[in-house]
Ligand binder design. Structure first.
Ligand code: FES
Length: 108
């Protein structure tokens, strides 16, 4: 948990219904997500989703990380109650936004 000063990609999705946000920091080197951290402003399920998202993507290539869905995140947690499944969506969105930010930074 926490911000990474050396991150070269940051994603910050939010759920418009509940107002919660998940910030994901990735450090990519040679197409590999070498390190990752998160900051969360949200419910316990969002916190757990953020934490397990870091575990799921660390050491993966960008292509592998982009294949991870909210269902993978929920499964890695051992499941979530149906009314909390939307919290895992923040993890999937955070990966996609962090990678998009990384790619944008590479082109800049
Ligand atoms: Fe908003 Fe869980 S209730 S992310």
């Amino acid at each position: 948990a926490g911000e990474r000063a050396d991150a070269n990609g940051v994603g910050l999705p939010g759920d418009p219904d509940c107002g919660d946000t998940m910030q994901l920091f990735i450090r990519v080197e040679d197409d590999i997500i070498k390190d990752v951290s998160f900051k969360i402003r949200g419910c316990v399920a969002a916190l757990a989703s953020a934490s397990v998202t870091t575990v799921l993507i660390k050491g993966k290539t960008i292509a592998e990380a982009l294949k991870i869905t909210n269902l993978d995140i929920a499964a890695a947690l051992g499941g979530l109650p149906e009314q909390k499944m939307h919290c895992s969506v923040l993890g999937e969105q955070a990966i996609r936004k962090a990678v998009a930010d990384y790619r944008h930074n590479c082109r800049a």
